[in-house]
Design a protein around this ligand. Structure first.
Ligand SMILES: C=C1C[C@]23C[C@H]1CC[C@H]2[C@]1(C)CCC[C@@](C)(C(=O)O)[C@H]1[C@@H]3C(=O)O
Ligand SMILES: O=C(O)CCC(=O)C(=O)O
Ligand SMILES: [Fe+2]
Length: 374
Protein backbone atom coordinates (compact mmCIF):
# COMPACT_ATOMS: atom_id res chain seq x y z
CA UNK A 1 0.00 0.00 0.00
CA UNK A 2 1.40 3.37 -0.95
CA UNK A 3 0.36 6.92 -0.27
CA UNK A 4 1.53 10.15 -1.80
CA UNK A 5 0.07 13.11 0.00
CA UNK A 6 2.91 15.01 1.62
CA UNK A 7 1.12 14.41 4.92
CA UNK A 8 1.55 10.71 4.58
CA UNK A 9 5.25 10.14 4.53
CA UNK A 10 6.87 7.64 6.85
CA UNK A 11 8.13 9.41 9.93
CA UNK A 12 9.42 6.75 12.30
CA UNK A 13 9.44 8.41 15.69
CA UNK A 14 8.43 5.93 18.29
CA UNK A 15 7.68 2.46 19.37
CA UNK A 16 4.11 1.28 19.36
CA UNK A 17 3.49 0.53 15.65
CA UNK A 18 4.60 -2.54 13.81
CA UNK A 19 7.55 -1.59 11.55
CA UNK A 20 6.27 -3.69 8.65
CA UNK A 21 2.89 -2.00 8.71
CA UNK A 22 4.60 1.40 8.73
CA UNK A 23 6.68 0.58 5.67
CA UNK A 24 3.54 -0.07 3.64
CA UNK A 25 2.73 3.63 3.90
CA UNK A 26 5.87 4.85 2.21
CA UNK A 27 5.15 7.75 -0.10
CA UNK A 28 5.55 7.18 -3.83
CA UNK A 29 3.23 9.45 -5.74
CA UNK A 30 0.39 7.09 -6.54
CA UNK A 31 -2.04 7.88 -3.76
CA UNK A 32 -3.42 11.23 -4.89
CA UNK A 33 -4.05 9.77 -8.35
CA UNK A 34 -6.14 7.04 -6.78
CA UNK A 35 -8.45 9.13 -4.66
CA UNK A 36 -11.00 6.39 -4.13
CA UNK A 37 -8.72 4.56 -1.79
CA UNK A 38 -7.97 5.51 1.79
CA UNK A 39 -5.36 3.32 3.50
CA UNK A 40 -7.05 1.45 6.35
CA UNK A 41 -4.49 2.89 8.75
CA UNK A 42 -6.19 6.28 8.37
CA UNK A 43 -9.76 5.03 8.79
CA UNK A 44 -11.25 5.72 12.22
CA UNK A 45 -14.07 3.65 13.74
CA UNK A 46 -17.58 5.10 13.57
CA UNK A 47 -17.80 5.77 17.31
CA UNK A 48 -14.83 8.17 17.11
CA UNK A 49 -15.83 9.98 13.94
CA UNK A 50 -18.02 13.03 13.56
CA UNK A 51 -21.60 12.47 12.47
CA UNK A 52 -23.25 14.92 10.05
CA UNK A 53 -24.51 18.27 11.24
CA UNK A 54 -22.50 18.93 14.41
CA UNK A 55 -23.85 22.27 15.74
CA UNK A 56 -21.73 25.28 16.52
CA UNK A 57 -21.19 25.90 20.21
CA UNK A 58 -22.58 29.29 20.99
CA UNK A 59 -21.09 30.43 24.28
CA UNK A 60 -20.00 33.94 25.16
CA UNK A 61 -16.21 34.20 25.52
CA UNK A 62 -14.59 35.18 28.80
CA UNK A 63 -13.32 38.74 28.55
CA UNK A 64 -10.03 38.83 30.46
CA UNK A 65 -9.68 42.62 30.36
CA UNK A 66 -11.34 43.17 33.73
CA UNK A 67 -9.27 40.40 35.31
CA UNK A 68 -6.02 41.75 33.92
CA UNK A 69 -6.80 45.27 35.14
CA UNK A 70 -7.89 44.04 38.59
CA UNK A 71 -11.44 45.41 38.40
CA UNK A 72 -12.93 43.64 41.46
CA UNK A 73 -16.48 43.48 40.16
CA UNK A 74 -15.28 42.01 36.87
CA UNK A 75 -12.98 39.56 38.67
CA UNK A 76 -15.90 38.12 40.64
CA UNK A 77 -18.07 37.67 37.53
CA UNK A 78 -15.22 36.16 35.49
CA UNK A 79 -14.32 33.73 38.29
CA UNK A 80 -17.89 32.55 38.52
CA UNK A 81 -18.15 31.92 34.77
CA UNK A 82 -14.77 30.21 34.59
CA UNK A 83 -15.67 28.03 37.57
CA UNK A 84 -18.88 26.90 35.89
CA UNK A 85 -17.20 26.14 32.57
CA UNK A 86 -14.29 24.23 34.13
CA UNK A 87 -16.56 22.12 36.33
CA UNK A 88 -18.91 21.32 33.47
CA UNK A 89 -16.71 20.63 30.43
CA UNK A 90 -13.22 21.99 31.09
CA UNK A 91 -12.84 24.70 28.51
CA UNK A 92 -13.63 28.33 27.72
CA UNK A 93 -12.88 30.93 25.09
CA UNK A 94 -10.72 33.86 26.17
CA UNK A 95 -10.73 37.30 24.55
CA UNK A 96 -8.98 40.55 25.45
CA UNK A 97 -6.13 38.41 26.74
CA UNK A 98 -3.51 41.02 25.98
CA UNK A 99 -1.61 38.98 23.38
CA UNK A 100 -0.51 41.12 20.44
CA UNK A 101 -2.61 40.12 17.38
CA UNK A 102 0.45 40.76 15.26
CA UNK A 103 2.43 38.11 17.17
CA UNK A 104 -0.41 35.66 16.63
CA UNK A 105 -0.50 36.46 12.91
CA UNK A 106 3.27 36.03 12.60
CA UNK A 107 3.15 32.72 14.49
CA UNK A 108 0.52 31.41 12.05
CA UNK A 109 2.35 32.72 9.01
CA UNK A 110 5.58 31.00 10.00
CA UNK A 111 3.73 27.77 10.69
CA UNK A 112 2.23 27.99 7.20
CA UNK A 113 5.69 28.61 5.80
CA UNK A 114 7.11 25.58 7.62
CA UNK A 115 4.49 23.07 6.52
CA UNK A 116 4.64 24.23 2.91
CA UNK A 117 8.36 23.41 2.75
CA UNK A 118 9.59 20.42 0.76
CA UNK A 119 9.45 17.21 2.71
CA UNK A 120 13.24 16.90 2.82
CA UNK A 121 13.54 20.24 4.64
CA UNK A 122 10.88 19.34 7.20
CA UNK A 123 12.72 16.10 7.83
CA UNK A 124 15.71 18.09 9.05
CA UNK A 125 13.61 18.64 12.17
CA UNK A 126 12.27 15.09 12.32
CA UNK A 127 11.28 13.97 15.79
CA UNK A 128 13.62 11.20 16.89
CA UNK A 129 12.80 8.14 18.89
CA UNK A 130 12.23 9.06 22.52
CA UNK A 131 12.47 12.83 21.92
CA UNK A 132 9.59 15.21 22.58
CA UNK A 133 10.60 17.82 20.04
CA UNK A 134 10.52 17.71 16.28
CA UNK A 135 8.50 17.24 13.14
CA UNK A 136 6.17 14.26 12.85
CA UNK A 137 4.03 13.17 9.96
CA UNK A 138 0.78 11.36 10.79
CA UNK A 139 2.65 9.36 13.45
CA UNK A 140 3.30 6.66 10.85
CA UNK A 141 5.74 4.28 12.46
CA UNK A 142 4.60 5.36 15.92
CA UNK A 143 1.04 4.03 15.79
CA UNK A 144 -0.27 1.16 13.70
CA UNK A 145 -3.88 2.27 13.20
CA UNK A 146 -6.22 5.27 13.60
CA UNK A 147 -3.47 7.50 12.22
CA UNK A 148 -4.20 11.21 12.56
CA UNK A 149 -4.42 13.21 9.32
CA UNK A 150 -1.93 15.81 10.45
CA UNK A 151 1.63 16.96 10.52
CA UNK A 152 3.04 18.43 13.71
CA UNK A 153 6.08 20.38 14.83
CA UNK A 154 6.61 20.22 18.60
CA UNK A 155 9.21 21.79 20.85
CA UNK A 156 9.89 22.08 24.55
CA UNK A 157 9.69 25.39 26.39
CA UNK A 158 11.02 25.59 29.93
CA UNK A 159 10.01 28.71 31.87
CA UNK A 160 12.66 31.44 31.96
CA UNK A 161 14.99 29.66 29.55
CA UNK A 162 15.86 30.03 25.88
CA UNK A 163 14.89 26.41 25.17
CA UNK A 164 12.96 27.24 22.00
CA UNK A 165 15.63 29.52 20.57
CA UNK A 166 18.30 26.91 21.31
CA UNK A 167 16.30 24.11 19.75
CA UNK A 168 16.06 25.89 16.39
CA UNK A 169 19.61 27.19 16.64
CA UNK A 170 20.94 23.65 16.73
CA UNK A 171 19.44 22.50 13.42
CA UNK A 172 22.21 21.61 11.01
CA UNK A 173 22.35 22.39 7.27
CA UNK A 174 19.53 24.93 7.29
CA UNK A 175 18.98 28.23 9.07
CA UNK A 176 15.90 27.93 11.26
CA UNK A 177 16.99 30.68 13.67
CA UNK A 178 14.05 32.96 12.74
CA UNK A 179 11.73 30.17 13.97
CA UNK A 180 13.66 30.17 17.24
CA UNK A 181 13.28 33.92 17.66
CA UNK A 182 9.56 34.05 16.92
CA UNK A 183 8.43 30.90 18.74
CA UNK A 184 10.62 31.75 21.75
CA UNK A 185 8.69 35.02 21.97
CA UNK A 186 5.35 33.29 21.41
CA UNK A 187 6.06 30.70 24.12
CA UNK A 188 7.16 33.35 26.61
CA UNK A 189 3.88 35.19 26.03
CA UNK A 190 1.88 31.93 26.32
CA UNK A 191 3.78 30.98 29.47
CA UNK A 192 2.95 34.35 31.07
CA UNK A 193 -0.70 34.08 30.02
CA UNK A 194 -0.87 30.54 31.45
CA UNK A 195 0.32 31.78 34.82
CA UNK A 196 -2.29 34.55 34.78
CA UNK A 197 -4.94 31.93 33.97
CA UNK A 198 -3.60 29.83 36.85
CA UNK A 199 -4.28 32.76 39.19
CA UNK A 200 -7.77 33.02 37.74
CA UNK A 201 -8.39 29.29 38.24
CA UNK A 202 -7.08 29.45 41.81
CA UNK A 203 -9.43 32.32 42.63
CA UNK A 204 -12.33 30.56 40.88
CA UNK A 205 -11.76 27.44 42.95
CA UNK A 206 -11.41 29.38 46.17
CA UNK A 207 -7.79 28.38 46.88
CA UNK A 208 -6.35 31.84 46.30
CA UNK A 209 -4.26 33.31 43.49
CA UNK A 210 -0.96 31.72 44.40
CA UNK A 211 -1.31 27.97 44.73
CA UNK A 212 -1.55 27.06 41.03
CA UNK A 213 0.62 29.96 39.89
CA UNK A 214 3.41 28.80 42.20
CA UNK A 215 2.94 25.18 41.18
CA UNK A 216 3.46 26.07 37.49
CA UNK A 217 6.30 28.52 38.02
CA UNK A 218 9.31 26.83 36.42
CA UNK A 219 7.00 24.93 34.05
CA UNK A 220 8.35 22.52 31.44
CA UNK A 221 5.87 23.01 28.62
CA UNK A 222 5.34 21.91 25.04
CA UNK A 223 4.48 24.03 22.02
CA UNK A 224 3.02 22.34 18.98
CA UNK A 225 2.16 23.59 15.51
CA UNK A 226 -0.58 21.42 14.00
CA UNK A 227 -1.18 21.25 10.27
CA UNK A 228 -4.17 19.39 8.81
CA UNK A 229 -3.88 19.10 5.02
CA UNK A 230 -7.02 18.72 2.92
CA UNK A 231 -8.19 15.12 2.94
CA UNK A 232 -9.94 13.53 -0.05
CA UNK A 233 -12.16 11.37 2.21
CA UNK A 234 -12.61 13.49 5.34
CA UNK A 235 -15.59 11.42 6.49
CA UNK A 236 -13.27 8.45 7.09
CA UNK A 237 -10.37 10.22 8.79
CA UNK A 238 -9.71 12.46 11.79
CA UNK A 239 -7.09 15.15 12.29
CA UNK A 240 -6.84 14.26 15.96
CA UNK A 241 -9.03 11.57 17.48
CA UNK A 242 -11.19 12.15 20.58
CA UNK A 243 -8.88 12.77 23.52
CA UNK A 244 -8.20 14.66 26.68
CA UNK A 245 -4.86 16.41 26.75
CA UNK A 246 -2.70 14.66 29.35
CA UNK A 247 -1.04 18.03 30.01
CA UNK A 248 -2.31 20.78 32.36
CA UNK A 249 -3.66 23.71 30.39
CA UNK A 250 -3.84 24.07 26.62
CA UNK A 251 -4.01 27.48 24.99
CA UNK A 252 -5.04 26.96 21.39
CA UNK A 253 -5.50 29.27 18.46
CA UNK A 254 -6.92 28.03 15.17
CA UNK A 255 -6.64 29.71 11.78
CA UNK A 256 -10.00 30.69 10.33
CA UNK A 257 -11.02 27.13 9.40
CA UNK A 258 -13.49 25.05 11.46
CA UNK A 259 -12.34 21.66 12.73
CA UNK A 260 -12.11 21.70 16.51
CA UNK A 261 -14.97 19.94 18.29
CA UNK A 262 -15.59 19.67 22.03
CA UNK A 263 -17.82 17.35 24.01
CA UNK A 264 -20.27 19.33 26.14
CA UNK A 265 -23.25 17.97 28.11
CA UNK A 266 -23.22 14.64 26.30
CA UNK A 267 -22.77 15.79 22.72
CA UNK A 268 -20.23 17.16 20.26
CA UNK A 269 -20.09 20.82 19.21
CA UNK A 270 -17.90 22.73 16.79
CA UNK A 271 -15.84 25.52 18.30
CA UNK A 272 -15.66 27.99 15.43
CA UNK A 273 -12.55 30.16 15.20
CA UNK A 274 -13.29 33.70 16.37
CA UNK A 275 -10.60 36.23 15.54
CA UNK A 276 -7.98 36.42 18.25
CA UNK A 277 -9.95 34.33 20.76
CA UNK A 278 -7.99 31.52 22.43
CA UNK A 279 -9.54 28.20 23.30
CA UNK A 280 -8.39 27.36 26.83
CA UNK A 281 -8.63 23.67 27.82
CA UNK A 282 -8.13 21.93 31.12
CA UNK A 283 -5.96 18.80 30.73
CA UNK A 284 -5.65 15.60 32.78
CA UNK A 285 -2.81 16.81 35.01
CA UNK A 286 -4.74 19.88 36.12
CA UNK A 287 -7.86 17.76 36.62
CA UNK A 288 -5.84 15.63 39.04
CA UNK A 289 -4.37 18.73 40.71
CA UNK A 290 -7.89 20.04 41.35
CA UNK A 291 -8.82 16.64 42.79
CA UNK A 292 -11.17 15.98 39.86
CA UNK A 293 -13.19 19.18 40.38
CA UNK A 294 -12.17 20.84 37.12
CA UNK A 295 -12.80 18.49 34.20
CA UNK A 296 -10.30 17.62 31.56
CA UNK A 297 -11.83 18.72 28.24
CA UNK A 298 -12.77 16.02 25.73
CA UNK A 299 -12.10 17.22 22.18
CA UNK A 300 -11.08 16.16 18.66
CA UNK A 301 -10.24 17.77 15.31
CA UNK A 302 -11.91 16.88 12.04
CA UNK A 303 -10.50 17.45 8.55
CA UNK A 304 -12.05 18.68 5.32
CA UNK A 305 -11.49 18.11 1.62
CA UNK A 306 -10.74 21.62 0.44
CA UNK A 307 -8.57 23.74 2.71
CA UNK A 308 -5.65 23.26 5.05
CA UNK A 309 -6.30 23.92 8.72
CA UNK A 310 -3.69 25.00 11.25
CA UNK A 311 -3.62 25.41 15.00
CA UNK A 312 -1.05 26.72 17.47
CA UNK A 313 -1.15 24.81 20.74
CA UNK A 314 0.71 25.70 23.89
CA UNK A 315 0.56 22.87 26.44
CA UNK A 316 1.42 24.06 29.93
CA UNK A 317 3.05 21.28 31.98
CA UNK A 318 4.54 21.36 35.48
CA UNK A 319 8.23 21.13 36.04
CA UNK A 320 9.04 17.43 35.77
CA UNK A 321 9.79 16.86 39.45
CA UNK A 322 6.72 18.62 40.90
CA UNK A 323 4.46 16.12 42.63
CA UNK A 324 0.81 16.55 41.70
CA UNK A 325 -1.01 16.88 45.05
CA UNK A 326 -4.20 18.97 45.25
CA UNK A 327 -4.41 21.84 47.73
CA UNK A 328 -5.89 20.68 51.04
CA UNK A 329 -9.04 22.80 50.60
CA UNK A 330 -10.03 20.58 47.66
CA UNK A 331 -9.77 17.34 49.62
CA UNK A 332 -12.88 16.83 51.72
CA UNK A 333 -14.96 14.02 53.16
CA UNK A 334 -17.37 14.37 50.20
CA UNK A 335 -14.50 14.53 47.73
CA UNK A 336 -11.58 12.48 49.05
CA UNK A 337 -8.30 12.13 47.09
CA UNK A 338 -9.20 11.00 43.55
CA UNK A 339 -5.72 10.34 42.13
CA UNK A 340 -2.44 9.06 43.54
CA UNK A 341 0.62 11.31 43.79
CA UNK A 342 2.47 11.46 40.48
CA UNK A 343 4.85 13.65 38.52
CA UNK A 344 4.30 14.97 35.00
CA UNK A 345 7.47 13.11 34.00
CA UNK A 346 5.73 9.82 34.79
CA UNK A 347 2.49 10.71 33.01
CA UNK A 348 4.45 11.91 29.99
CA UNK A 349 6.39 8.64 29.92
CA UNK A 350 3.10 6.74 30.17
CA UNK A 351 1.70 8.52 27.08
CA UNK A 352 4.89 8.24 25.08
CA UNK A 353 5.85 4.65 25.86
CA UNK A 354 2.89 2.69 27.17
CA UNK A 355 -0.43 4.27 26.29
CA UNK A 356 -1.67 6.38 23.39
CA UNK A 357 -3.39 9.41 24.90
CA UNK A 358 -7.14 9.16 24.39
CA UNK A 359 -10.36 9.71 26.31
CA UNK A 360 -9.40 7.53 29.28
CA UNK A 361 -5.74 8.34 29.78
CA UNK A 362 -6.12 9.62 33.33
CA UNK A 363 -8.07 6.57 34.54
CA UNK A 364 -5.67 4.17 32.81
CA UNK A 365 -2.72 6.07 34.30
CA UNK A 366 -4.26 6.00 37.77
CA UNK A 367 -4.61 2.19 37.59
CA UNK A 368 -1.06 1.86 36.25
CA UNK A 369 0.39 3.96 39.07
CA UNK A 370 -1.63 2.12 41.73
CA UNK A 371 -0.45 -1.25 40.37
CA UNK A 372 3.16 -0.04 40.26
CA UNK A 373 2.88 1.20 43.85
CA UNK A 374 1.59 -2.16 45.12
C1 LIG B 1 2.49 15.74 25.82
C2 LIG B 1 1.73 15.65 24.76
C3 LIG B 1 1.32 14.37 24.11
C4 LIG B 1 0.43 14.82 22.99
C5 LIG B 1 1.00 16.17 22.69
C6 LIG B 1 1.16 16.79 24.05
C7 LIG B 1 -0.24 17.08 24.64
C8 LIG B 1 -1.37 16.37 23.93
C9 LIG B 1 -1.04 14.93 23.47
C10 LIG B 1 -1.91 14.42 22.30
C11 LIG B 1 -2.18 15.55 21.30
C12 LIG B 1 -3.26 13.84 22.71
C13 LIG B 1 -3.92 13.10 21.53
C14 LIG B 1 -3.03 11.98 21.00
C15 LIG B 1 -1.63 12.46 20.60
C16 LIG B 1 -0.78 11.26 20.27
C17 LIG B 1 -1.72 13.25 19.28
O1 LIG B 1 -2.66 13.01 18.49
O2 LIG B 1 -0.87 14.05 18.96
C18 LIG B 1 -1.03 13.27 21.80
C19 LIG B 1 0.34 13.93 21.73
C20 LIG B 1 1.48 12.95 21.62
O3 LIG B 1 1.57 11.97 22.36
O4 LIG B 1 2.36 13.20 20.77
O1 LIG C 1 -6.05 21.45 16.17
C1 LIG C 1 -6.94 21.45 16.99
O2 LIG C 1 -7.92 22.19 16.91
C2 LIG C 1 -6.87 20.51 18.18
C3 LIG C 1 -5.48 20.04 18.47
C4 LIG C 1 -5.40 19.22 19.71
O3 LIG C 1 -6.37 18.87 20.30
C5 LIG C 1 -4.07 18.87 20.24
O4 LIG C 1 -3.05 19.14 19.56
O5 LIG C 1 -4.03 18.32 21.34
FE1 LIG D 1 -5.82 18.22 22.35
Amino acid sequence: MVVSHPALVVAPESTIANEKEAQKLTVDGSFTENKSHMPTEFVWPDEDKAEEGIPELDIPPIDLKGFLSGDQQAVATICQRVNEACKRHGFFLAVNHGVDPNLLARAHALSEEFFSRPHSEKLQLQRKLGEASGYANSFIGRFASKLPWKETLSFQFIHDTKTVQNYFQNVKDQDFSHYGKLYQEYCEVMGDLSLVIMELLGLSLGVGRDFFRDFYTGHDSVMRLNYYPPCHQPELALGTGPHNDPTSLTILHQNNIDGLQVFVDGRWYTVCPKGDAFVVNIGDTLMALTNGIYKSCLHRAIVNNSVARRSLTFFLCPNKDKVVIPPKELITAENPRQYPDFTWATLLEFTQKHYRADTTTLEAFKQWVLEKNN
